[in-house]
Design a protein around this ligand. Structure first.
Ligand code: ZN
Length: 433
């Protein structure tokens, strides 16, 4: 039997709190799950520093990747199978792309990518196309198969229908993470009727469309995404932890370049500090390794590095105030000067952080890289873009909301050490009581 169609003698199931069970019958999928690169995702949390705000949010990218796979499996096997627009040869491609779509994520992705100027999508490509266990398995299907999977994930594939399953305004990725993140954080947002949405999905040559009768379920999904962004993903306390994490990595990198002698040498970071990171080094990094360094660096001679690590490990986070960098740049400059006078390095202890989201991107022709809009399939077989049919979606379409905050260690501004007069000036400027 061809490897691509080989089935396991018995179906394997993973118990899952969101989808109840995740079903695996295909040999290829089972083999991919067993690779070192896929197992690494167990050691990378789906929501980075969010567990410091919502303590339940310790779930991993491994959980999420299996979830996305299961949603796509249900769509192709239960909804699309047998429909004339669906090509059965796209099935394995869809399942593999779903399973592997987040494979290149690094530890605490956001902060990590910012400091080291990396892109997890490039690493996903490198893992699929490079000398890895994942690559060997995909190549057994067909020598060209790794490239096909990589192209679906990179959204450059000619198979637009499969791309839209994994990456569009209403894709399996978003449907899984919204529900999973809601479950693990314990918030009441993020829930929507996925069963209903799956039942009304239809394959078209170049995209997945939604039957008109499913419009209200889709509205609910878009609102839940909007709520999750502001209540969970951009939560100011998680962002505070991320600011500290970013500054730890910055400090370690700067010290390394200054020739500082670490008590605990960052051997795992060397290639990152020198911006010559190779895939094999990258794959060795996970959150367990990062946390180990943070634990050890609490004992460093460098006061900034040790202080930031203690803050992260013990959740002694920065406080924040609302801040508009465009209007308040003078105040920011004044604060920087005062921080310096007070002996608190503003490069590490005074940070502006901005978050923004588009709840639903309407269609803007010619803009590449945008996610595909949602199309409704009307009774007369015509397609209509969702925001033209739904007033609720139209009201939030394409409106970017941005939120800026200024982060700082309030505890250092209230202590009774030196520079009391300057600290009192800072407190007045920040309106701290
Ligand atoms: Zn994902």
């Amino acid at each position: 039997m061809a490897y691509s169609t080989e089935k396991l003698s018995e179906e394997k199931v993973f118990k899952d709190p969101v989808h109840r069970y995740i079903h695996v019958r295909d040999r290829v999928i089972w083999d991919l799950i067993g690779t070192a690169e896929f197992q690494r995702l167990r050691r990378i949390k789906q929501l980075g520093t969010t567990y410091l705000t919502f303590h339940g949010a310790e779930h991993s990218r491994f959980n999420h990747s299996l979830g996305v796979y299961e949603i796509v499996r249900r769509i192709v096997d239960d909804v699309f199978d047998g429909r004339p627009e669906w090509k059965q040869e796209s099935r394995l491609l869809s399942l593999c792309a779903a399973l592997l779509h987040d494979l290149g994520h690094g530890p605490f992705s956001h902060a990590f990518e910012k400091v080291f100027d990396l892109d997890h999508e490039e690493f996903t490509q490198a893992i699929i196309l490079g000398d890895t266990e994942v690559h060997k398995i995909l190549k057994k299907v067909d020598p060209n198969f790794p490239k096909q999977v990589a192209e679906v994930i990179a959204k450059t594939s000619e198979n637009k229908l499969v791309v839209s399953l994994i990456s569009s305004q209403i894709d399996a990725d978003r449907m899984d993470y919204l529900q999973r993140d809601a479950y693990f954080t314990g918030v009441s947002y993020g829930h929507f009727d996925m069963e209903r949405i799956l039942r009304v999905m239809r394959p078209r040559e170049d995209q997945v469309v939604i039957k008109q009768s499913g419009m209200h379920a889709v509205e609910d999904y878009i609102m839940s995404r909007y709520q999750m962004y502001w209540q969970v993903y951009f939560h100011p306390v998680s962002r505070s932890a991320e600011v500290i994490l970013t500054k730890i990595l910055h400090r370690a990198k700067d010290l390394y370049h200054e020739g500082y002698t670490f008590k605990f040498t960052p051997i795992h970071f060397q290639s990152l500090f020198l911006t010559k990171v190779e895939l094999k080094d990258y794959l060795k990094l996970d959150e367990a390794v990062m946390m180990f360094y943070f634990q050890m660096w609490q004992e460093e001679e460098d006061l900034i590095l040790s202080d930031l690590c203690k803050r992260f490990m013990n959740r002694n986070l920065f406080k924040y105030v609302e801040f508009d960098p465009a209007k308040e740049y003078k105040k920011q400059y004044e604060l920087m000067t005062l921080f310096e006078k007070a002996g608190i390095n503003p490069d590490y202890y005074l940070v502006v952080d901005s978050s923004s989201d588009l709840p639903y991107d309407f269609y803007r022709p010619g803009e590449e890289g945008e996610r595909l809009p949602i199309h409704l399939l009307m009774k007369n077989n015509e397609l209509k873009e969702l925001s033209r049919q739904s007033e609720i979606v139209d009201a939030i379409s394409g409106k970017r909301r941005t939120d800026h905050k200024l982060y700082f260690p309030a505890d250092l501004l209230f202590d009774d050490s030196q520079h009391q007069a300057i600290k009192s000036q800072i407190r007045d400027l920040l309106d701290l009581k």
